[in-house]
Design a protein around this ligand. Structure first.
Ligand code: GAR
Length: 213
């Protein structure tokens, strides 16, 4: 797993595993920020961690190749990006396409990139949400596996909306990884997702904590 920030999604995954609801082992948590809360959470849970500072590398590609060298060495089957706030070089990530997912706080393809909550509010959207997608070379552009939707309420500001959505993210990511662990999901090149060998016509939707087709 890679994270740049507080790590509440990592915490939700660890909690799901501890509750017997997510049959995975966490082998490594990495960050570009030495002070990331995610690293503390990982250490507390006994998960090995590392930090790579971008300033120590001459280029993005050099950084990303070292990042993936470490991830390869961990023996991980799957890489989860949760709040990893860096664009990853397309060449470096190639060997991981199909084995790497990201959680993004918008209903993709809406609002790729930053400030998603603010942009949904400014657009006057009636709903907002989060997406888990396979990572490809296109920023926040890989095939979407599943989404959680919430209504935007009168009086919502950026903070309130982000906080309310986060609780749904904490269900969405474990639900997707349960499917990954059960080997029920696959990337269908170039831009599809297969569940149980069948192409999804649309992203799965989170309803009452469960993913529905
Ligand atoms: C989450 O809201 C996640 O969707 C978002 O960062 C937050 C990380 O929170 N990701 C992105 O914005 C990726 N572009 P966390 O550190 O508490 O898991």
């Amino acid at each position: 797993m890679l994270a740049s920030g507080r790590g509440s999604n990592l915490q939700a995954l660890i909690a799901a595993r501890d509750a017997g609801q997510l049959p995975v082992d966490f082998v490594l948590v990495g960050s570009d920020k030495a002070g990331a809360g995610a690293l503390d959470l990982a250490r507390d849970a006994g998960i090995p961690t590392f930090t790579l500072n971008p300033k120590d590398f001459p280029s993005r590609q050099a950084y990303d190749f070292e990042l993936f060298r470490r991830l390869d060495a961990s023996g991980a089957d799957m890489l989860v990006l949760a709040g990893f706030m860096r664009i990853i070089d397309g060449e470096a990530l190639k060997p991981w396409v199909g084995r790497m997912v990201n959680i993004h706080p918008s209903l993709l393809p809406k609002y790729r990139g930053l400030h998603t909550h603010r942009r949904a509010l400014e657009a006057g959207d009636a709903e907002h949400g989060a997406s888990v997608h396979y990572v490809t070379a296109e920023l926040d552009g890989g095939p979407v596996i599943a989404q959680a939707r919430i209504a935007i309420q009168p009086g919502d500001d950026e903070h309130a909306l982000a906080q309310r959505l986060l609780a749904h993210e904490h269900q969405l990511l474990p639900a997707v990884l349960r499917l990954v662990a059960a080997q029920r999901l696959a990337l269908l090149p170039p831009d599809g997702v297969a569940l149980d060998g069948r192409a999804l016509a649309a992203p799965l939707q989170l309803r009452n904590g469960e993913l529905v087709d």
